[in-house]
Write a protein that binds this ligand. Structure first.
Ligand SMILES: Nc1nc(=O)c2c([nH]1)NC[C@@H]1CN(c3ccc(C(=O)N[C@@H](CCC(=O)O)C(=O)O)cc3)C=[N+]21
Length: 297
């Protein structure tokens, strides 16, 4: 029987595992705070940000939400970041990506205080992750590791194929899988849109991570019998539903499930874990900034 990993349940475990740490912080007079900044008209972005705010409320993190008109000058976003950097009640800052074209996203990521960079996207934090000294593991890659651990998937020595080379998923995840610690020690191949013969890679992989942002493009025929499949995709595709779309991953779930021993669905897999690890990083940031020792799940 294929094990379908329940991302909502594992995410709920992470959230309840944070309760002790939040209590410890509260006892020390610290209320962890997460600022989300939205500079976009995009529906999906607004939905994700409001889910993140709701998560904060649920676990007792102070959620601060800032919205900036997408037509406003870039300076407005930069100055907002400066203010949040200086605000002692804010321990984590997340600027929802993508930002409008006239805003330099590299400048956005450089501008965030690395100690408050709960996405882990600041160049200093990227460098630390690659060097094996991560301060914040980026939320999606970290969530993938936690999901695999929850399903007792041993990564050491495994042939892992990551499909997708983004800065927010593919690259950091490949680095985490390589590291000499828990959830790492794998043999990692990173494939992408210019890879010759993708199937040759995926069909020999013990673990396939689909993170290319292309709906349902990994199907059962591309997998080895008994593979572990992680679906990072969250795509909205047009459909005859009330909302006019349905959510689907980068994996064709039905055919992949026929082959896989373990599979994470989407929705209901990596997405909720991404949000849970954001809370985790916010609690860690609060502990570090306030110099309070917290035990993280
Ligand atoms: N600075 C920044 N940090 C991010 O972490 C970030 C970002 N920008 N921009 C966009 C992507 C996307 N992302 C998701 C998070 C949760 C779900 C999620 O919870 N999905 C649910 C369903 C969501 C729904 O119902 O629409 C699920 O998969 O079950 C999806 C996508 C974070 N991102």
């Amino acid at each position: 029987m294929t094990h379908v990993v329940d991302g909502n349940a594992v995410a709920a475990d992470v959230r309840s595992g944070l309760e002790d740490a939040i209590e410890t912080l509260n006892d020390a007079g610290v209320q962890p705070g997460l600022a989300t900044v939205l500079m976009s008209d995009d529906d999906a972005s607004a939905t994700y940000v409001s889910m993140k705010q709701r998560d904060c409320e649920e676990v007792g993190i102070n959620g601060i939400h800032v919205e900036i008109d997408p037509d406003a000058p870039a300076e407005e976003l930069y100055e907002t970041i400066d203010e949040l950097n200086a605000d002692p009640d804010v321990h984590g800052i997340l600027v929802q990506l993508p930002v409008p074209d006239h805003v330099d996203d590299r400048e956005v990521l450089r501008r965030i205080d690395p100690a408050k960079d709960v996405d882990g996207f600041h160049p200093e934090n990227v460098g630390r992750l690659v060097a094996g000294d991560a301060r914040f593991k980026p939320c999606t890659p970290h969530g993938v590791q936690k999901l695999l651990a929850s399903a007792d998937v041993e990564m050491a020595g495994k042939d892992v194929v990551v499909v997708g080379r983004s800065d927010i998923v593919g690259k950091p995840l490949a680095n985490l899988f390589l590291q000499r610690d828990e959830g790492g020690n794998a043999t990692v191949t990173v494939c992408h849109s210019r890879t010759d013969d993708l199937e040759a890679h995926t069909t020999r992989a013990d673990v396939v991570v689909a993170a290319a942002g292309v709906p349902e493009f990994i199907d059962g025929s591309m997998l080895k019998e008994g593979a572990v499949v992680v679906d990072v995709g969250t795509n909205r595709v047009d459909a005859d539903t009330e909302k006019g779309y349905r959510l689907t991953g980068d994996v064709d779930f039905e055919s992949a499930k026929e082959k896989a021993d373990v599979i994470t669905p989407s929705p209901g897999g990596v997405g909720p874990m991404t949000r849970a690890m954001l809370l985790y990083n916010t609690v860690k940031a609060a502990g570090d900034l306030a110099d309070v020792d917290v035990t993280l799940p």
